[in-house]
Design a protein around this ligand. Structure first.
Ligand SMILES: [Zn+2]
Length: 109
């Protein structure tokens, strides 16, 4: 039975070497990933790497339609501030709806 890795004098060195190797491979992987982002076209938002892309998709008309439906049913829709800002810019009707939601949730946009 060989317990050298667990109790021997080289156990710490082996662990350090393993950690160093893992870090080296991780950093090399990041470099390969960055190089790959230069080869693909950028996303619509301008991000080049979909892995770290955290941009929120632009609000769609679906939010406005869902909000109208929920208000008609007597419910208070969740205030998606960015979508409310889009509704504010759209027209007077959507602006009134956006104001109603913002007032109900006491959201300042
Ligand atoms: Zn993005």
């Amino acid at each position: 039975m060989n317990n050298r890795k667990e109790v021997g004098p080289d156990a710490d060195n082996d662990a350090e070497a393993y950690t160093r190797q893992c870090a080296y491979e991780y950093i090399e992987g990041l470099g390969r990933r960055r190089e790959a982002t230069y080869r693909v076209p950028p996303l619509e938002c301008g991000c080049r790497d979909p892995w770290c892309h955290r941009c929120k998709p632009r609000p769609t008309k679906g939010y406005a339609l869902a909000v109208e439906h929920l208000l008609a049913a007597g419910l208070s829709p969740w205030p998606d501030v960015q979508a409310l800002r889009e509704m504010w810019r759209a027209d007077d009707r959507q602006r009134r709806i956006a104001r109603t939601i913002a007032e109900r949730w006491e959201v300042a946009a």
